[in-house]
Design a protein around this ligand. Sequence first.
Ligand code: AMP
Ligand code: GLY
Length: 424
Amino acid sequence: MRILVVGGGGREHALCWALRRENPDADLYCAPGNPGTASIATNLPIAADDLDRLADAADMYGIDLTVVGPEVPLARGLADRLRAEGRAVFGPSAAAARIEASKAFAKDVMRSAGVPTAASGTFTDAVAAAAFIDRQAEPLVVKASGLAAGKGAVVCATRAEASSVARAMLAGGELGDAGREIVVEAFLEGEELSVFAVTDGRDVELLAPAQDHKRLGAGDTGPNTGGMGAYGPVSIATPALLERVRREVLQPVLGELERREARFSGVLYAGLMIGPDAAPSVVEFNCRLGDPETQVVLPLVTGGLTDSLERVATGRAPLPIVAEPGRYAVTTVVAARGYPDRPERGAAITLPPPSPGVTVFHAGTTLDGEGVLRVAGGRVLSVTGMAGTFEDARSRSRAGAEQVTFDGKVYREDIGWREAARRR
Ligand code: AMP
Ligand code: GLY
């Protein structure tokens, strides 16, 4: 079997790692990949959003299964393009990827399907947005509708702040095209949970639920990032809650997408807020696996991943994806000083020595001409600890992150703090 993974971050390293584990003899390619994927796959120097060259590569290497990691190529139609050429692709069409690429569309789909989510308004005009904001309770959240790499949502304490954020996006051109349309929504209280549904648009198989840590600083302080760490499974995600998410969120949204002739296939990622009353409400949908959640969710899988990806990629229902009960995974992201705004690149990296139950996934790394591993992006590595208890997984991840060295290293020592507090 010849498999191509599209993307070059920690998520794609974890995808390659999980696919390699299940398919030791497969020809595995990653475009563009990173120095981590290079040790288990053949990297192809093609950008993840270069649709023409990806299609050529799929041809040239006779790829049987393409797994697309990031949202941008999906939103631009990579899956449509490859499918039109008769290839099996795991990832939604551009029409279905709008569930992530347009928050205005996602809100409209949720409204039609009766899915619980924060009350909101959608605007392209700054004056209309300001008038709406004036009538809302504080705090409130202003979001660019388009793809903004994790920078598009601003939680505003006051209406005045919300108006100025809305104006900066709509009239000031901040965030470019992504911010030409905005969603203003009510602030949701509670605890966040990421649920991953592998689906052909009708049947759903869930991966382990995970919890991300979006804020840069310890105790969930500082600016929003792409995610500074994650763990799974999450004890608030009881079987009853997951059943409710399936019934009240996933199935209605999939049904509505199909009604709109945008049947979804791939991973539908529901970013949820679990309220004080334990009711789930949707914060956002993504059309792909999460990063860094993948770095905990896939190590927990003990079988059936490739089969399900392949089935969904060829229009069939997924099969159950097995996770051994009583296993825990925690990942700590090691980032570069200046992340998320202006990460400093170039520092030489020393990896931790190999240790049982610890896997280091590469994200923003590069090998220089002399073979020295260097910082090449904001999120540099993601150190996953696995164990039979949550606490052991947590301390393995933290110890591994601590042992990484490079100038300007930034990481959170408190990944999993909510779960740890619940278990005390
Ligand atoms: P989004 O881009 O929609 O995923 O938002 C990024 C992050 O902002 C989320 O993961 C939450 O931490 C926070 N956030 C977004 N919308 C809300 C909301 N309505 N209430 C509370 N927090 C939110
Ligand atoms: N970790 C959040 C995301 O992948 O969007």
